[in-house]
Design a binder for this molecule. Structure first.
Ligand code: AMO
Length: 428
């Protein structure tokens, strides 16, 4: 006989061979229940004292929770069983015993705190709620890729070892690279720009590393970014691309993850989009007496935007130049402009992305590098790449874990990464 997944067993009659983990057992003396789970669902399995083989009946009671078992039995209609079907057990074998006690509570209403759950992530991943988060994350990254591939973008794989910073020197993890100094990539930024100037429309989902020293609920030291970059594009064009892809991603999650959204008790709406300048947002915040930075939004301001515009991605553009990295195009291509062609996207009260039009003019780029206290010599290859026919271009990056956190309303970003890397955590 072949393995039947639990989801498919609900469509069957007759004998099935199931494999999975023991989620729960109940003993009503003459009848015993065992809830079996696999990646596709849960099935109530039943043993009856007078009918089931004695050793199988006994095993149903002695098997430890979370042990891996094989069950052969008959699918039967049952009004009381969840889903209207159950399996009458004929044969049962323990394939891998789970030692007791389990180090964390893996029940549906587990009260184990997050750090301990992360210490035992492999077990935490037995839980439906945790699996639901990552099934949804899988839809998010798939929808992102699918959307842009359909639009003619080319997926690229940037290097993970780099020689100079793109997002600010203090956040780099140094790496040994023979006799040279090297770093783990903070962003595919410089590479995607070179690609936009040759292959025009590119996208990637790639890990990046940031040596931020502080533990926060929205930062990781290793995260995945979903990036695009487009030749012949300005900030307006790439913001529109983000509006479209975020709408598509949310549509796909609503369509493909009904069960997971139900498990997490989340109702999603496809977002609207709103476009405001940094100055307009500052004015709004002054009206509501909410603090805004000189060249950045405060967390409080991001939350206020969500209150004012619920279920809306708010694109805050014409961002002050001083608050943006060296590669962002100053307004009107003037090195000393106050504003820039950079933007942030705020969704459900948190920044999910930043991006903008880039500097494709080598001299202007050198000026901006110097203005940021960086040495143009360290960026020679990058600057030179714009000397031989580089069109204007733009792009952005959405953090995959940040987006998952925001979409699902998770308090801590660590819930949105299977094996988080933070200031204190390097295992598992
Ligand atoms: P930025 O640094 O704003 O821009 O990052 C873009 C998005 O990536 C996510 N992100 C993070 N998520 C978790 N932990 C972190 N430490 C972390 N850092 C960033 C966020 C953020 O909005 N190269 C530019 C983008 C561009 O201009 O194309 C960049 O990396 O969701």
């Amino acid at each position: 006989m072949e393995r039947t997944y639990i989801k498919d067993a609900f469509e069957k009659t007759g004998k099935v061979e199931l494999y999975g983990w023991v989620h729960d057992t109940r003993d009503l003396s003459k009848i015993r229940f065992l809830v079996l789970k696999d990646i596709s669902g849960r099935m109530q399995c039943v043993g009856i004292k007078s009918e089931t083989k004695a050793e199988v009946f006994k095993l149903m009671n002695s098997v430890n929770r979370e042990s891996v078992v094989k069950i052969i039995g008959e699918v039967k209609e049952s009004k009381q069983a969840p889903g209207g079907k159950e399996v009458l057990i004929e044969e049962m074998e323990v394939l891998a015993n789970a030692e007791q006690p389990l180090p964390i509570d893996v029940s549906d209403h587990s009260k184990t705190e997050l750090p301990k759950r992360l210490d035992y992530r492999f077990l935490d991943l037995h839980r439906d709620k945790i699996q639901a988060i990552f099934k949804i994350q899988s839809t998010i990254s798939m929808a992102f890729r699918e959307h842009f591939i359909k639009k003619g973008f080319i997926e690229f794989q940037p290097p993970s070892i780099i020689s100079s910073s793109s997002e600010g020197g203090t956040e780099l993890f140094p790496a040994k690279y023979f006799e040279k100094s090297a770093y783990l990539a903070q962003s595919p930024q410089l590479y995607k720009q070179m690609l936009a100037c040759s292959m025009e429309k590119v996208m990637t989902i790639t890990p990046v590393w940031r040596a931020e020293k502080h533990n926060t609920v929205r930062h990781l030291n290793e995260c995945r970014q979903m990036d695009i970059e487009m030749g012949f594009a300005d900030a307006k064009i790439v913001m529109k691309q983000m509006e479209e892809v975020v709408k598509y991603i949310v549509e796909q999650v609503i369509e493909n993850n009904k069960k997971e959204l139900e498990i997490l008790d989340i109702k999603l709406k496809v977002p609207e989009a709103k476009y405001l300048t940094f100055e307009e947002v500052s004015k709004l915040m002054r009206k509501y007496k909410v603090k805004v930075g000189k060249d950045d939004l405060t967390g409080e301001a991001e939350k206020k935007l969500d209150e004012l515009f619920p279920d809306t991605i708010v694109f805050v553009h014409d961002w002050p130049l001083s608050g943006k990295p060296f590669y962002i195009m100053p307004k009107d291509e003037k090195a000393d402009a106050e504003l820039s062609e950079g933007f942030d996207a705020i969704y459900k009260g948190m920044e999910i992305s930043s991006g903008g039009q880039r500097i494709h003019l080598p001299e202007l780029l050198e000026k901006r590098l110097k203005a940021k206290g960086l040495n143009p010599k360290d960026f020679k290859d990058y600057v030179d790449s714009f000397r031989f026919g580089a069109p204007k271009h733009g792009g952005w990056s959405i953090g995959l874990e940040r987006f998952t956190q925001v979409l699902l309303g998770l308090e801590n970003i660590r819930e949105a990464v299977m094996f988080p890397r933070d200031r204190d955590r390097l295992t598992p």
